[in-house]
Design a protein around this ligand. Structure first.
Ligand SMILES: Nc1nc2c(ncn2[C@@H]2O[C@H](COP(=O)(O)OP(=O)(O)O)[C@@H](O)[C@H]2O)c(=O)[nH]1
Ligand SMILES: [Mg+2]
Length: 227
């Protein structure tokens, strides 16, 4: 009995979230914004990868904004704002994921003109379970996994990896130190999401960042050739 009710409530919440996410997606598309939802465990390197990506996009004249989600603090927003990008922090005060409604509210609160933004990065709360259920109106969901987390994590958290469109293996400068088997990690990612596009990066050593940036630019070009 309790189980059924919980399921009903959950479906109700999700369908409301999905409706808002769909409206957001339509808005993003009409304004030419490529929206990306970055998901991973805490500490996988979302903020540091974003710092490197933002630096490159801004250097080449692209217009970029970031919504940074965290339970508490605006540390990430402060780090990311140093790149010169538009940045706004969402503090969830305990919630383990972001919801479409909060994305909508915070875009309004930030008073951003979406027609002046080409790339909107959403850094989700560090968590390998909850964010997978919440569509934020993104075009691409990017899952990060660092080489220090263990090759088996895609198999242990298949829903998140399966719901992602692109994977980024981060901290590859540490492969030897932690004896990570990169090929096994990639096989495990593709076991839960066949044909997943996989990038390998080190934000610390500035390795593999440009191919990922080129991919984002190309994805936007393919969707918004009119802009
Ligand atoms: N060695 C190494 N450390 C990294 C790299 N990227 C991030 N880190 C470190 O990992 C920790 C967490 O990074 P952060 O970007 O805050 O992760 P987030 O919680 O996913 O946003 C920090 O101490 C970073 O300095 C990397 O490419 N190589
Ligand atoms: Mg972060």
């Amino acid at each position: 009995m309790l189980k059924t009710r919980l399921l009903e409530l959950r479906q109700g919440v999700l369908s409301k979230n999905d409706q808002i996410a769909e409206r957001l997606r339509e808005r993003f598309h009409s304004e030419g914004v490529l929206a990306l939802n970055f998901v991973s465990a805490p500490g996988s390197g979302k903020t540091m990868l974003l710092e490197r990506v933002l630096e490159r996009l801004l250097r080449d004249g692209h217009r970029v904004a970031v919504l940074a989600g965290d339970l508490e603090t605006d540390n990430d927003a402060q780090r990311l704002a140093r790149t010169g990008a538009l940045v706004h922090q969402i503090q969830t005060h305990g919630a383990c994921h972001l919801e479409a409604e909060w994305v909508q509210q915070h875009i309004a609160e930030a008073r951003w003109d979406l027609s002046d933004i080409e790339f909107l990065f959403i850094e989700n709360v560090g968590n390998l379970v909850c964010p997978s259920s919440y569509d934020l109106g993104e075009d691409l969901r990017v899952v990060l996994i660092s080489v220090t987390e263990g090759e088996d994590k895609p198999l242990k958290y298949p829903v998140l990896f399966n719901s992602a469109d692109v994977a980024v293996i981060t901290k590859i400068d540490l492969v030897e130190a932690v004896e990570c088997d990169l090929e096994l990690m990639k096989r495990n990612i593709r076991a839960v999401r066949p044909d997943m596009r996989i990038f390998e990066t080190s934000a610390k050593r500035d390795i593999g960042i440009q191919p990922f940036v080129d991919f984002l630019i190309e994805e936007r070009k393919q969707r918004f050739t009119f802009c």
